[in-house]
Design a protein. Structure first.
Ligand SMILES: C[S@@+](CC[C@H](N)C(=O)[O-])C[C@H]1O[C@@H](n2cnc3c(N)ncnc32)[C@H](O)[C@@H]1O
Length: 190
């Protein structure tokens, strides 16, 4: 047995949570790796909502999904994840099984476009309303970039304040790695 690396652990949580026909959210599409991962888990009978504020990210994600025949089960939305609820189809309200957010900037693109504490917290709050009981939200927290420390601290303060009767909050990360390693926060709705 080996301890799972951060992204592998995030994916294993999604695999355990999602099955064919489920509704899922990727709050930060980037180049679409996670969007495709979710789309494959939910299949053509499920649905994935993917958000990004960069047009290139939406275009790259669309291309990746099309290449793997997984575009049919996705809605790609060029808007902030803070406005998530506005874009969820009526039939899918409170029916979401899982969501993932990779915080920070998209490697290889404009490093000044980063997730922001207020928007991240607004979107987690919104998604917590939208997920089903037993549903899961996974945040992969990158925090080595300018603004990353502030976002990390704000997000931790917010999730630590959630009532344990409503949400189980987990933190997973390696504590002896150099260079501000990313870590995971997983929120399970009760
Ligand atoms: C770490 S990257 C995501 C990587 C992605 N999961 C992948 O597989 O390639 C973070 C992404 O969040 C996006 N982003 C930043 N602020 C956002 C917001 N308010 N709403 C939605 N996306 C946002 C950035 O444009 C960037 O593409």
């Amino acid at each position: 047995m080996t301890l799972l690396r951060i992204l592998d652990y995030a994916h294993s949580l999604m695999e355990d949570s999602l099955t064919e026909g489920d509704i899922a959210v990727d709050g930060t599409c980037g180049n679409g790796h996670d969007t495709l991962f979710l789309a494959n888990l939910v299949g053509e009978t499920g649905h994935v909502y993917g958000f990004d504020i960069q047009p290139d990210a939406i275009a790259n994600t669309k291309a990746r999904l099309e290449e793997h025949d997984a575009y049919v089960q996705t809605s790609l939305i060029h808007d902030s994840h803070a406005n998530l609820s506005e874009h969820i189809h009526n039939d899918h309200h409170n029916q979401i099984q899982a969501g993932i957010f990779n915080l920070g900037y998209l490697p290889g693109s404009d490093k000044s476009v980063v997730t922001k504490p207020e928007e991240t917290i607004a979107s987690i709050e919104s998604l917590l309303h939208q997920v089903k009981k037993g549903g899961l939200i996974v945040l992969v927290v990158y925090h080595g970039h300018p603004g990353g420390k502030e976002e990390k601290e704000a997000v931790l303060r917010y999730v630590e304040s959630l009532d344990q009767k409503n949400v189980r909050a987990l933190q997973y990360g390696f504590i002896n790695q150099k260079n501000t390693p990313p870590f995971i926060i997983a929120l399970e709705k009760q």
